[in-house]
Design a protein around this ligand. Sequence first.
Ligand SMILES: [Zn+2]
Length: 224
Amino acid sequence: MAALNTDVQDRIVWRTRSGNEVDYCASVVWDDLRQGQAEVPWANVVWFPQSVPHHSFLMWLSVQKKLKTQDIMSRWSSSGKTNFNLMCCSLCTTGLDSHEHLFFECPYATQVWNGIKDKADIGAIPNIWERIYDHLLQFAKFGRAKHIIGKILVGAAAYFVWEERNQRLFSTKKRSADQLVEVILTTVRMKLHTMKFKRTSQANNVLQEWRLPRGLLMDEDDGG
Ligand SMILES: [Zn+2]
């Protein structure tokens, strides 16, 4: 009959699906229980350490085209008689309220996009979501400041265009395209204020362009 060994410290173990016993840890258990999937190509476009969480959530919906635009909602109407405000874009009141129109074919959204795309270093990319998305995919895993800022800016632009579109549908408040550009740039500038930059000439240019203090450059001791 086995006796308890009081000399050995108790420990919590987890028996994995393959039968191995490992020290208990929430991340190990999660990895063991979940059904693993191949990483989706847009993972690093949507989720990255410097991303703004509520912008990432909107990007997550956007890259899958899951935003509830009126063209999509009309397909849910079984009778087909629901009046979705005549399917009209609330930003320009002329185009169809659809994903493609909002990002960024709509004249209002185009004006917003034109106000920020140079700062995202994607001035030459057409105002077409697929082209913008394809471009972001190319450098999704890159760590240079301009690539990270590009992703933050596109996420902020999509978020605030969508927010303005909703606001106009459900209230009488309106912001001009120039005002929205300012909101986007101010939001991104505040985000950049929370980041640290490696000491490179490129980082110096970024700080100047965004009028950020040089204190955001990492000291040599920080590994920069
Ligand atoms: Zn429009």
